[in-house]
Each structure stands twice: as C-alpha cells, then as structure tokens.
Write a protein that binds this ligand. Sequence first.
Ligand code: HEM
Ligand SMILES: *[C@@H]1O[C@H](CO)[C@@H](O)[C@H](O)[C@H]1NC(C)=O
Length: 509
Amino acid sequence: MPSKQVFNSQDGATYTTSTGAPVAKPYAAQRIGAVGPLLLQDFHHIDLLAHFDRERIPERVVHAKGAGAHGYFEVTHDITDLTCASLFKKVGNKARTTVRFSTVGGESGSADTARDPRGFAIKIRTDEGNLDWVFNNTPVFFIRDPAKFPHFIHTQKRDPQTHLKDADMFWDYLSLNPESIHQVMILFSDRGHPDGYHHMHGYSGHTFKFVNEAGEFHYVQIHFIKDGGAKSLTEPEASKLAGDNPDYGIQSLFEDIEAGKYPSWTVYVQTMTAAQAEKFRYNILDLTKIWSHKEFPLRPIGKMVLNENPQNYFAEIEQAAFSPSHTVPGIEASADPVLQSRLFSYPDTHRHRLGVNYNQLPVNAPAVPIANFQRDGFMAFSNQGSRPNYQSSLVPLEYKSKPYEEVQHETWLGAANADLSFVTELDFEQPRELWLNVFNDTDREHFVHNVAVHLCNAKSAEVKARQLSVFAAVDQGLSDRIANAIGVPTVKPLQVAPASAAIRFKAFA
Ligand code: HEM
Ligand SMILES: *[C@@H]1O[C@H](CO)[C@@H](O)[C@H](O)[C@H]1NC(C)=O
C-alpha cells in the first residue's frame, strides 16, 4: 500500500528546487544541443544529484531494523510515594509518546522475524522533558559487564573475512561467557521470534531508581505488559516469513494502526527498598537476573497506546534518538554497570549518526522549551534567539524536596574492580526454573528444535561440546536432548563456583 500522497498529488504544491524555485520539467537536465554534454550552470540538476548522493545516514550500529509509531502514555495509578517525576504527579496525566521496535543484530534490510531480542524504545514527552525508556522484550540480557558488549555484538554480526553470519563465532562467544545462559534460554524459546513487533512485552531489564519528593528512593524494574497477551511464531513460521515477507513486522504494525486496532500495554513496576535489595538472593545490578513476581508483585502505574502511524518514516522513526540518559527528575539510573555504560553510549552514537544537535530534530525535541547555554554546531535551527549565551538571568529551579544529603542514600566505596562476570551456580538457578517449571512440554520441544537447527551449523566439535556443557549445567536432560538432536556425544555439566561465591549487592558501604 503506497502512502496516501501517491494518490493525492493535488495538494497545490508546485515542483521546485530545494531553494523553492519552480521548475517546469522535473526530468530535464540542461545540455548542449540535443546530444552534447551537461552544463554546470544547471542548479536544478546538481541540486537533485547532490542531495541524492547524501541521502543515507549511518544506520544504527545495532537495532538497525525497526518499526515505530506514536501514541500516548497515561498515568493510571498514584505513585507519588515512589517518584516526584511531574508526569506521575496526577492520575490521568497524559504525554505524547513515540515508540520504536527493532531487531538487534541485522542490518536495516534484514528480516523482522529473525531470532533475536527485540528493542522496545519509548520516548515520553513529559512537562519536565523527555523520558526515554530504552527497553527490550526480554527481562534479562546476555552480559553484566559492559566491556563485553562490543565483543558480543561482533559475534552476532558478520565474520570479518567471509562477511557471513557465523554459527561458530556465535556459540563460541556464548559458551565461553556462560552468564549469557538465562538470555539464551529465552532467546531460543519461541519468544525469540515474536509475532510482529507489537505483540510483545517490554522490560527495563536493568534496575532503575525512583526518587520521591522527600528524597527517598526505591529500586524498580519496569514492565510493559501487552494487553491481550504476547504472541510468538514457531521457528518454521518465522523462517518462512523471513523469506516471504522480511518486513512482516513493519507491515502488521502499520496496518493494525491504520485499521484502528491500536496496540496497548499496561505498565507496572516492581519495587525494592535498599534493605530488601541487600537481602535479595541476587545482585540487583546484575541484569542477567529477574525479580520474582511472587516476592515483588507487579504494581500498575500506567498504560501506553499506539494510535498514530508516522507520516514520514525517516523523520519520525529513523531520526528518533533514544537514550537511557534522557531522563527526568525523580527517575534515575541505578549503578548497574551495563546501564551506566549505556548512559554514555547512546548520546555518543547519536552525535555520530545524527549530529550534535540531534535533540533539535522535531521527533526528539522535548515538548517544553529548552533554555540553556548550548549554542551553534551543525544544523542549529532552534538556537535560542537573542537569549544570552552565558550563565545569566535564567532562573534555576528551587528544589522543594529535601536535599539528598539529609536522606540516607547509596554510598559507594571500594577498589577499582575489573571483572564483573565471575560465573557461579547462582547463574543457573533462573534458567533451570524456566526449563523445568515455566516451559511446558511443547515449549521444551520447540526449544530443543530451535537450538538444534542453529547449533548444528557450528563446525567446531569443541564449540558444540562447550555449549552443551553450559546447557547441562542448567539441566542434564536438556543438554542430552540437544546432543541427540544434532547427533553429537552427550557431555557433563560445566563446573562452576558455588552460589556463595557470587558478588553480593550492598547499597551502603
Ligand atoms: C553495554 C551495553 C549496551 C550498549 C553499549 C548499547 C549500545 C547501543 C547503541 C550504540 C545503539 C544504537 C542507538 C542508535 O544508533 O540510535 C543501541 C540501540 C538500542 N539498544 Fe542498546 N546497548 C547496550 C545494551 C542494551 C540493553 C541491555 C538494552 C535493553 C534493556 C538495549 C536496548 C536498545 C534498544 C531498544 C535500542 C534501539 C533504540 C532505537 O530504537 O533507536 N541495549 N544500543
Ligand atoms: C505451552 O505454552 C505455550 C506458551 O508458552 C502455549 O502457547 C501453549 O498452548 C502451551 N501448550 C500446552 C500443551 O499447554
């Protein structure tokens, strides 16, 4: 379905150059005589080609393939005990929101149904600036040490020589970095290929901090639960669609919104006090772990509805620039080192991908006026007029709440510590729970199939055996089933340190 404009060119517009000069013949190029060379004086033709030559901007280094839409976030419950964020001051508050869903590893033309986590990036335009929640559709991640991220991503992308995706590289990395196993268990279930982009849940994964008016904080995990439930494809369905319709996800999101079938999510938080966090079995700054819903029940806070397709994909979705560091007073990052590194990485990549003034682009511009002393740079098109460009008459906010010093807050102390990935038995508890008690027989059957059709592509017997030893540390039966499915010998579990050796979380040094 082409955009409406294809069928509606009668909007009164006249064809012009980029400077607005009307041009009678769009296909014309000035040349000498009927068959001679072209003329440099023909601005229209040079304007046309020079702009075309510069159409591409870098695609996102990860999450290049995606789809997005606009809508709103609405506050449905009072959480002023948790946060002083102005968005949450009143039940019923609504803020215009833009969401971009994505796959992670593939290029911008790759298949929407690839086995991959899905990005779930949300920009909420509050009256205290933009709140970006840059989430995934899985509650955990592959790493807890940010130094591994570029290495890990390279193993999901193309081999430097063959320029092919490579099953050996993929499993070599995962088997040598077994803290990835929880995310691997989710990724190789059918949740690894959601049915389109908008039939899935979204999770902060990381722990965040909500701070209230009194300056007291809670640790929180944020969940966007799809109304009507999440939907997944099976491996054969996903593989077939990858060939038949690689843009399946973009298409079904666009068409559902055009048809008035607006996807919506109910938004919840799980909360913990610092004292609870210190007693919790897992380190809350380790995003390979989830918080049990039984121990830390979901508390509803709001809803999100997507009811508006972009008019222009590039301007409204491709140029959208999300970052976990785009936040508002009352909602803070935790000390999770992966999150901390993301606070830097996203604005850094935006300055590269979109330029230093990326926050002035219409889709990224906050709903509130900007007043500061940043000036100039490429494409500064809202440069704050005649307002002084040095610390001047701008009135800083009077903080009504207690200064943080008066409230007991996190205090950190310790030597520089480089290795965050030490693997213990603790890392296998939640994957085992998933395999034994969350998956049903069908899920288990699909899981074994999904791993087998991928792992069998690895050429190295050593890599296969090593990954099987990681699966055996989850459950011997699971590992043996995969070994049988790919026709290799069964192996013993990977030996790891006891749970008691794991790093424990302390908020107060
Ligand atoms: C050290 C860890 C990580 C680093 C360094 C990192 C870095 C990046 C970078 C550079 C981009 C491209 C952004 C752009 O060009 O606009 C990106 C995209 C994205 N990342 Fe991460 N990432 C990390 C982990 C995570 C985690 C744990 C999550 C989810 C919980 C996540 C969710 C996303 C999403 C949703 C996008 C796509 C945003 C969009 O649609 O524009 N990333 N990441
Ligand atoms: C198993 O669980 C999946 C969801 O993970 C569900 O779609 C399926 O119907 C369940 N199958 C059985 C036999 O209960």
